[in-house]
Design a protein around this ligand. Structure first.
Ligand code: 6R9
Length: 643
């Protein structure tokens, strides 16, 4: 418990957690029927849950006959009580530039103005809007304006390449893309508008480009297609009636990597998602009225959707939005921002914690962090060393750490400690959130392991309101990805262990997804980028343990006949992948592979490649199905130095 006199009591204690959890599992209809009331509905729901996890007819609906507007739940309904309260604190990349405090009343005005700008471009209910913006207030306005008019947003992380942007604009058939001239981060600028220009060469002519002039950097301008958002907003009305949408109408699409094929458009709907984002934000972070909440994620990831924008704003919170990076101008930036804005709850990723830990504790110690009451992590397993540093140096042993396990697909936290209720153990996401029924299955038999102590694959037995509903435009892919392998369950793709106390420990992905600095990367995506290069015949990509990033990208590359493996080519391939996908996909290590280990039927044996990349080739396992065993010896002899 914090020892500051004014700290509020925790929302739940151990007994209350047990009681609420039991009730949520015993009678989900009653539990979620009650929780749904945290939103303002235009037409209240009479049906709470209508879910079928049965293969192949998976269907998930929550609050299906209710109607609402997500933006009015995040903005309008707070105006009367907290119109003058700060909704968003915006902290710019440059620490000497002023922060902005955007009141709920101003947020309302700006969202309405932006909504009217979208409407003037012919965007209406159900239309898709792609958002490719830096971490600036306009990103929040754009999301909420889209929701206000019943349209569907799809945010593309500003670190993605023109190709990745074009693919997403085309996949969801967007009517407009909202971008900015430039994105400043860590003192450097990314030319977002030029990227967008390059992307739009591969998109339908009718796609309009709304440009936020943020830095004032030079951009080329296509008359008739490009629109100056700030100028249009200034001229637009501050009135825009919110559109009534069904609970199951889509709110957003977010593309995420899977083990095969191109990224999937994860679809979240309006009612259930918002109930779940708001509820988890309140309980997991023990959010109370008046708290200053900071989630350091980018709005391009699901964490930014649920815990910078939708959860906090649905709860009438003050949410901090940070444009910069943890190490600019130096490694104390996070802590300086905490001190400056008196942050109460701070939520970040293990990779950031590890990087800052490596810079030394003095960067933390020179800041006044007495406002902090709770710390959170998300994105990947946190190693106990980083957990302890976070706990001791940042939290001074006084702030509970919530290690929240969840996914783009789940909309909000599924397994997480609740402060005041669940004792933490470094490295464990601990216990399920209300209404969440995790099970551990034997990966081979698919049977549920009923003993408390268990290890296997993590599945969820029944739905929760924040669950994704489908893959955009491809429901079959949704069913086959998440419901086919283990029938009757949602399959998370993660491995997991349950200890004798019933605590869950996530062990990492069991599929061909790697987790680089908390960002999901499909190995198939990196491979297809590599083979798109004219010198590359074949490529196989695996993850390997990396001190800061959690996992690094290890690529085995077979060159075309007659192409010489040189250092220049290695650099060129790194650059190539950066430009095909984005900087986060750049391979850390590229090994020239004269051949790849394959079965006689031609399947690449990734298990072996993983072992070599992990420097664990003493334990290659069964290699009897290898077509050419000599290939493996060559790869071992020429493996890359991981240091
Ligand atoms: C929210 C988010 C999801 C994957 C997930 C898992 C890993 C996330 C974690 C964690 C261990 C945690 N992951 N949180 N692993 N402990 N607390 O990160 O979504 O980008 O879709 O990634 O991230 O492997 O399956 P997303």
């Amino acid at each position: 418990m914090p020892d500051t006199a004014q700290a509020p009591a925790w929302h739940v204690d151990a007994a209350k957690y047990e009681e609420m959890y039991k009730a949520s599992i015993a009678d989900p209809e009653a539990f979620w029927g009650e929780e749904g009331k945290r939103l303002d509905w235009i037409k209240p729901y009479s049906k709470v849950k209508n879910v079928d996890f049965g293969y192949p007819d998976v269907s998930i609906k929550w609050y299906e006959d209710g109607t609402l507007n997500v933006a009015s739940n995040c903005v309008d309904r707070h105006l009367e009580k907290r119109g003058d309260q700060t909704a968003i604190i915006w902290e710019p990349d440059d620490p000497s530039a002023p922060a902005q405090h955007i009141r709920y009343s101003e947020l309302h005005e700006n969202v309405c103005r932006m909504a009217n700008v979208l409407k003037a471009q012919g965007v209406g209910k159900g239309d898709r809007v792609v958002i490719y913006l830096p971490m600036i207030p306009e990103a929040a306005y754009a999301m909420l304006a889209t929701a206000r008019i019943g349209a569907v947003h799809s945010i593309v992380f500003a670190g993605f390449s023109p190709d990745a942007l074009a693919n997403r604009i085309n996949d969801c058939d967007a009517k407009v893309v909202i971008t900015a001239d430039e994105a400043p981060r860590g003192g450097r600028k990314t030319a977002l508008k030029s990227n967008t220009d390059a992307a739009l060469l591969h998109c339908k002519d009718r796609v309009k480009c709304l440009v936020v002039k943020h830095t004032g950097g030079q951009t080329t301008w296509t008359e008739g297609r490009d629109i100056d958002v700030k100028a249009e907003m200034a001229a637009a009305s501050t009135d825009c009636a919110p559109e009534e949408v069904g609970a199951e109408d889509p709110l957003f699409i977010l593309y995420t990597s899977g083990s095969t094929g191109k990224p999937k458009g994860v679809v979240h709907t309006s009612g259930g998602y918002l109930v779940y984002a708001a509820m988890t934000h309140q309980y997991t972070f023990d959010y109370h009225d008046g708290d200053i909440f900071w989630c350091t994620a980018d709005v391009g990831w699901v964490t930014g959707h649920s815990y910078i924008i939708y959860g906090p704003l649905a709860n009438g919170a003050t949410t901090l939005m940070f444009e910069g990076v943890p190490t600019y101008p130096d490694a104390s930036r996070f802590w300086q921002v905490c001190e400056k804005h008196k942050v109460n709850q701070f939520y970040t990723a293990p990779t950031a914690i590890r990087a800052l830990m490596g810079q030394g504790s003095e960067f933390v110690e020179k800041c006044d962090l007495s406002s902090l009451r709770l710390l959170g992590t998300v994105g990947e397993p946190i190693n106990p060393e980083a957990w302890n540093w976070y706990n001791d140096v940042v939290g001074k042993g006084k702030c509970p750490i919530v290690d929240t396990w969840w996914q783009t697909e789940t909309g909000g936290h599924l397994i997480t400690p609740l402060p005041g209720a669940i004792e933490t153990k470094p490295g464990s996401a601990t216990k399920p959130f209300f209404g969440v029924h995790p099970v551990i299955l034997d990966p081979t038999s698919g049977e549920e392991i009923t003993e408390t102590e268990a290890e296997g694959v993590l599945c969820i037995k029944d739905s929760w309101p924040g669950q994704m509903r489908t893959v955009y435009g491809d429901h079959e892919r949704f069913v086959s990805t998440y419901f086919e392998q283990y029938k009757g369950y949602y399959f998370s793709g993660d491995g997991c262990r349950r200890d004798a106390d019933g605590y869950y420990w996530i062990t990492g992905r069991v599929d061909d997804v790697i987790n680089v600095s908390g960002h999901r990367m499909g190995t198939a995506e990196v491979e297809s980028a590599l083979v798109a290069h004219s010198s590359v015949a074949e490529a196989a990509v695996v993850g390997y343990p990396h001190d800061i990033k959690g996992q690094g990208i290890y690529a085995y590359v077979t060159l075309m006949n007659g192409i010489e493996p040189t250092e220049d080519l290695r650099k060129e391939l790194e650059k190539w992948v950066r430009s095909e996908i984005g900087p986060i996909a750049k391979p850390d290590l590229i090994q020239w592979a004269p051949g790849l280990p394959k079965t006689r039927s031609g399947k690449i044996m990734r298990r072996i490649l993983r072992k070599i990349a992990e420097d664990d080739f003493g334990a290659l396992g069964d290699t009897s199905t290898l077509a050419e065993p000599a290939v493996v010896e060559d790869l071992i002899d020429n493996r890359m130095n991981r240091k």
